[in-house]
Design a protein around this ligand. Structure first.
Ligand SMILES: *Cc1c(COP(=O)(O)O)cnc(C)c1O
Length: 398
């Protein structure tokens, strides 16, 4: 099938919710993708932070193949070995990286939005019956379901889809959160690095101050790590880097390496009684087996310090490009391999993404004027070098 045929079918049969680039891929190897014409692309986006261990990772392919040959799904009516083991592994890896290690438990779902829905239900039950208000931040992104959309602090995205449930308020920034706390507040939900809102890493001291204040007031701190989690920022969670112990952490994107999975981890171990929350697919054999394999791969990258080296290589490449093209690239933002570069304006952002694609380099947008990079955490030095060569070629054409 060529790209035009593919576009025609898409146009006719698929709802038009995406502004797709003029390319389709058929296979990949680590951080390199091949299109319908077998042309290679360097992938600095990894499917929006999903292909955390690269494309066609042998270990992941073998483990999900092996799993498919025995059992894919049984439902949560029965015990699921891979689900129990993945919960145990997430909690123990987290405890190894946090300062104080409290007990945590995990609920599995299929996406980031669902992971946040679970967090919202935890907060509401925690506050029941008098406290229901959840504070989020402007420019945040928490998902597309009705509640997670309402939690998202971008009012233009709310248009058309109301009425919504009440109880979400938006603080201007991390310092402004305290001004919105009242006797009905049960939780604060934030991203530590805003992924869609401009790769905006919140200031560490202010986050720690807020965490302390919330503990005093018995208000839950819930961190949306759907994008920043699973070693993306250099540790298991950005929360580990910020040195905070939130009551709830949500994750999804990188956890399954391409197999859909979401998870909500909480220190409120007994918040739900049987039947109060659930999911048909959530935590099935396939996705949790994938999660186990991904955590194995990434934990060894982290422990051997290879992840740290990759982060340093990527950052120094980006910094040197910024110093060569200061009239186009303003500054590096983000944390670890959740990073980006600020450009002058929205036109420049679009122009760079478009021309990079023509040079067969995939990069993402974030906010109005940031070029975002979320490469596979397994990206090789050769792929980094080739990607930056293509980015430099792109800048020369601007
Ligand atoms: C992507 C994302 C979501 C939504 O995840 P889906 O899997 O698309 O539902 C929620 N929060 C953050 C921070 C995200 O980056």
């Amino acid at each position: 099938m060529d790209i035009q045929e593919l576009k025609d079918i898409d146009e006719e049969f698929v709802l038009h919710t995406y502004a797709r680039a003029n390319v389709g891929f058929v296979r990949g190897e680590n951080a390199t993708l091949y299109d319908l014409n077998n042309l290679d692309y360097i992938d600095f986006g990894s499917g929006i932070g999903v292909n955390s261990v690269g494309h066609n990772n042998n270990l992941l392919v073998d483990s999900i193949t092996d799993q498919a040959k025995s059992i894919l799904h049984s439902s949560n009516l029965y015990h699921i070995q891979t689900q129990s083991k993945l919960a145990q592994k997430l909690v123990s890896l987290y405890q190894r990286q946090s300062l104080e290690s409290s007990d945590m438990r995990v609920f599995f779902s299929n996406s980031g939005a669902e992971a946040n829905e679970c967090a919202i239900k935890i907060a509401r039950k925690f506050g029941y019956p008098n406290r229901y208000k959840i504070i989020t931040l402007q420019k945040s992104f928490h998902g597309r379901t009705i509640a997670s959309l309402k939690a998202t602090g971008q009012e233009d995205m709310h248009k058309y889809f109301g009425p919504y449930g009440d109880g979400f308020v938006y603080a201007k920034d991390i310092n402004d959160v305290k001004n919105h706390i009242d006797s009905t507040t049960c939780a604060v939900l934030i991203e530590l690095v805003q992924g869609e809102g401009g790769i905006n890493a919140l200031p560490k001291q202010q986050v720690q101050n807020l965490a302390t204040l919330l503990k005093e007031k018995n208000i839950l701190l819930m961190i949306d790590e759907v994008q920043s989690g699973i070693y993306r920022t250099g540790k298991l969670f950005a929360s580990n880097i910020y040195g905070i112990q939130p009551e709830v952490i949500t994750m999804a994107k990188g956890l399954g390496g391409g197999i859909p999975i979401g998870a909500t981890m909480t220190s409120l171990c007994d918040i739900f009684s049987t039947g109060e929350h659930g999911s048909t697919f959530g935590g099935n054999f396939l996705s949790t087996r994938a999660g186990l394999c991904v955590l194995d791969i990434l934990d060894s990258l982290y422990s051997s310090n290879l992840l740290n080296k990759t982060i340093q290589t990527f950052e120094s490449k980006l910094d040197s490009l910024i110093s060569t093209y200061p009239h186009i690239l303003q500054k590096r933002v983000g944390l670890g391999l959740m990073c980006g570069v600020v450009v002058q304006n929205n036109d420049m952002q679009k122009n760079i993404i478009q021309k990079a694609l023509q040079n067969r380099l995939l990069v993402l947008k974030s906010g109005q004027n940031v070029i975002r990079f979320l490469p596979a955490l397994t990206i090789s030095d050769d792929e980094i070098n080739e990607g930056f060569a293509r980015l430099e070629q792109t800048l020369k054409e601007i």
